[in-house]
Design a protein around this ligand. Structure first.
Ligand code: CA
Ligand code: CA
Length: 453
């Protein structure tokens, strides 16, 4: 019996028309293009810069941090990517969140992770040799890994809210960031990280130059909602739809996109008119998965669509979770030769948590349980096939419980076929467990809730 097949949505046309809603009147980000972004290098290994890209100029179009490089200006010895933005028009109060957006292009020899440092160089909007050596602090959690095939372009974003606020408070006029690979890695071998577009004039697409994206002046509201899953990995896309439930007042909103490790990767803010609605993609181009938090000043109704454009095109909807729970129930879970179930759990709290995933068969008997760690503001996707390999075939339900009774999580499951072409793909919402509902007097009511911050 495969009743869930009825829920399958294999509608490419629907996915495409969704993008028609992408141009929105309401979202309010400020974009500052880099004053300069290019390579600076130390060719004689004395710790001081001695060559740099001749920017502003027509070339080079791409930069990358490297060691033991041999080449022209900016490409000899130990090479760092130096980026500077003019922030003289900003005040600290304007910055609710700030992200650096880098357009990447995978080169043939790219292999190393790139790390990012803040406060580097002479902060003057000009690329000079001395930009190489100034003291700098590493931006925690910012690690650009090499993805994709040669020539493939992508996006990398990092949260620099704290760093930008500190610079503005100190009265700085330029914000600077430096990309470096592990410079102790090898004494002789040429190794480099992922390529990033520079500010060279010949760069045909201006949006590909490094940008500082700022969410301005957002005042957090009292309503929080959670989407336990988004994905933009391997051709997947995620779109978010929001509706203001208030018939009399507009609402402000902020959408925050988190990685499974708990790093905030993006934020989008905006205003919805009374009875208004908006829809837009999240994490577009980031090639990542994770979870989403939505905050608003008035109550919202909303959902996400996650899908895949390549054939077979598939789509599933993910409802908003307004109240995280300490016990959640996935009412249908199957693992066999034809089917798999993946459970997505997010931890909206600022502290780590442990969750116990228990498989209960159709007769109501526990068949096994596994304990999984979720970092602060992190999430996990657990394939039941991989989580319970010892059980082989499974049919029943999954219960998810936090180990500590004061901690709460949100969850969602994806149920998909393995034997066919992958077009059977359904989302399954997690319900509060029965005992939870009884204790808490029901779920799905309007928050504010206590589970978030
Ligand atoms: Ca030198
Ligand atoms: Ca400089």
């Amino acid at each position: 019996m495969r009743f869930v097949r009825l829920f399958c949505l294999a509608v490419a046309g629907c996915c495409i028309s969704f993008w028609g809603f992408g141009a929105s009147f309401s979202r309010a980000d400020m974009i500052i293009k880099a004053a300069v972004a290019g390579n600076v290098a130390d060719s004689d290994r004395n710790g001081f810069g001695d060559n740099h890209n001749p920017l502003p100029g027509g070339a080079p179009l791409l930069m990358s941090a490297a060691i033991n490089e041999s080449g022209g200006d900016g490409s000899r010895g130990t090479v760092r990517m130096q980026m500077e933005w003019d922030i003289s028009g900003l005040t600290p109060g304007q910055v609710s969140a700030a992200f650096i957006v880098l357009h990447t292009v995978k080169g043939t020899v790219d292999s190393l992770d790139t790390f990012f440092y803040h406060g580097t160089g002479e902060q003057d909007g000009v690329l000079t040799d001395r930009d190489f050596e100034s003291p700098a602090e590493i931006v925690n959690g910012a690690r650009m890994v090499v993805r994709g095939t040669t020539g493939q372009s992508g996006l990398f974003q990092l949260d620099v809210t704290e760093q930008l606020r500190a610079d503005l408070a100190a009265g700085r006029h330029f914000f600077s960031l430096q990309g470096r690979v592990d410079e102790k890695r090898s004494a002789t071998e040429y190794l480099r990280g992922l390529q990033v577009c520079t500010t060279a004039r010949r760069c045909l697409i201006e949006e590909w130059q490094p940008r500082l994206k700022i969410v301005t002046s957002y005042t957090p509201g009292r309503y929080n909602y959670y989407l336990p899953l988004y994905s933009t990995v391997a051709g997947a896309w995620t779109g978010l739809g929001l509706a203001n439930r208030d018939r009399d007042l507009p609402t402000s909103f902020m959408v925050e996109v988190f990685s499974p490790r708990g790093d905030r990767l993006d934020a989008i803010s905006g205003i919805l008119p009374k009875r208004g609605q908006d829809a837009f993609p999240v994490a577009k181009g980031l090639d990542l998965t994770g979870w989403v938090k939505v905050n608003s000043s008035r109550p919202l109704s909303g959902l996400a669509f996650v899908g895949r454009l390549q054939e077979p095109a598939v789509m599933a909807d993910i409802p908003f979770v307004s109240e995280p729970q300490k016990c959640l129930l996935i009412p249908h879970a199957v693992v066999d030769k034809d089917w798999n179930t993946q459970v997505c759990v997010c931890n909206p709290q600022a502290e780590e948590t442990w969750v116990r995933l228990e498989f209960v068969n159709r007769a109501g008997n526990s068949r096994g349980q596994k304990l999984k760690h979720l970092p602060p503001r992190g999430s996990g996707i657990f394939s039941l096939r991989e989580l319970f390999p010892e059980l082989g075939q499974m049919e029943g339900r999954i219960e998810i419980r936090t180990e500590r009774s004061d901690q709460k999580v949100a969850a969602f499951a994806i149920y998909h076929d393995l034997d066919g072409d992958g077009s059977y793909f359904a989302g399954i919402s997690a319900d509060a467990c029965g005992e939870e509902t009884a204790l808490d007097g029901g779920s799905g009511t309007d928050n504010p809730v206590g589970g978030a911050e």
